[in-house]
Design a protein around this ligand. Sequence first.
Ligand code: FE
Length: 148
Amino acid sequence: MTDTVVKSDQEWRDQLTPEQYAVLRRGATERAGTGQYVHVKAAGQYLCAGCGAELFDSSTKFDSGSGWPSFSAPANAELIEEHRDFKMIVPRTEVRCGRCGGHLGHVFGDGPQPSGQRYCINSAALRFAKAASVGADAAAEDHTESKA
Ligand code: FE
């Protein structure tokens, strides 16, 4: 069982940017290709922008060509909730954060094998935590010193 974050609408408005609030708390969808994480390939973890839950890992991120960050699997299935969404003519499966209930995006069955899943997630619902690059700084320093 996961922790549950419950806040009032006003608390969410105060904490989140207008864009984050629209997506996480009102189920909005950012325009394709406009999100800050669409083309990010760096190693790290994608946290919920609302509550910090670790939702996706960069190792499952792939280029779907959709214009939204896409993942083949959640980092922790317990932290993801899936709901049927009947807003469109063809029902979709909505994906929400299991800890704060924030709307993240949708999951489709046309992802890469072996999972076959495509978690299509709004950048505004995520906060990227880049993995620490141990050793990279030291190597760069050595290079600079040898040139000097
Ligand atoms: Fe959350």
